[in-house]
Design a protein around this ligand. Sequence first.
Ligand SMILES: C/C=C/C(=O)SCCNC(=O)CCNC(=O)[C@H](O)C(C)(C)COP(=O)(O)OP(=O)(O)OC[C@H]1O[C@@H](n2cnc3c(N)ncnc32)[C@H](O)[C@@H]1OP(=O)(O)O
Length: 256
Amino acid sequence: MKRVLLTREGPIAWVALNNPERHNALSGQVVADLQEAADQMAVDRSVRVVVLHGGEAKSFCSGADLKERQGMEEAAVVATVHALREAVNSVAQLPVPVIAAIHGMAFGGGLELALACDIRIAADDAQMGLTEVGWGIIPGAGGCARLPALIGPAKAKELIFTARRLTAGEALELGLVNRVVDRPNLLDAARAMAEQIARQAPLAVRAAKRAIDAGPGLAAGLAAEWREYRSIVQTQDRLEGLRAFAERRPPVFRGE
Ligand SMILES: C/C=C/C(=O)SCCNC(=O)CCNC(=O)[C@H](O)C(C)(C)COP(=O)(O)OP(=O)(O)OC[C@H]1O[C@@H](n2cnc3c(N)ncnc32)[C@H](O)[C@@H]1OP(=O)(O)O
């Protein structure tokens, strides 16, 4: 079963995450299928805009698959997060605008995936946050670079250090999302914006995205994040975070 579904509506490519049993958690299969879809869209000149959404799941994406991580060797964790980073960066580097349509939860890697998109539209039921430090790790899929670039380092630090879960309204106020719409209207709102973009000159839109995304800051931020993420993989706190998730209890971090 494909864990990411790619369909077309003319120049609009629709990408649905398809792991509803786990709030679209980013399992190895979801990440592999997301990478495949991104690779396919990257070379398809007929695609003018992409909409990424949570499909039939209750949530856009609840982040890294913490169950899959249970018992995983450190080297495997590093490889898993590296693959996630590559897939998220592939989405960010698509040559056309990508709109994230966010409903339900977008936590951790799920919000990092949304941050890799160019535009975010949230349903009024959405909740989002970079919750990683609450599980003994750090945002490792671009959040440490993309969130500060989007809302400024001070607000990004507050959200990352506290692992705070924001409402859609709070996210709008911070500039984390472009728009908030009623849940039933989410995909229609995304389609309307996608159709408006698709009516513009495609080469000009591609050039504008390249121009806006150029600049050394992001590359340096992503490299530093990857170095720091690997520095905490061997901590006991990370293992305690996984145990706490599995046992449905608050983690007890000892700074080890
Ligand atoms: C580099 C990136 C790092 C990261 O992303 S770190 C992880 C960040 N993610 C999070 O902080 C979210 C973790 N999940 C939760 O907090 C909760 O879950 C939710 C709020 C998303 C949903 O809670 P509720 O409505 O009570 O439903 P439920 O019974 O907890 O979830 C239904 C099933 O979905 C599984 N699930 C949800 N999120 C994940 C996940 N991220 N990884 C693996 N499984 C997940 C649960 O375990 C459960 O499964 P079952 O029905 O078998 O008990």
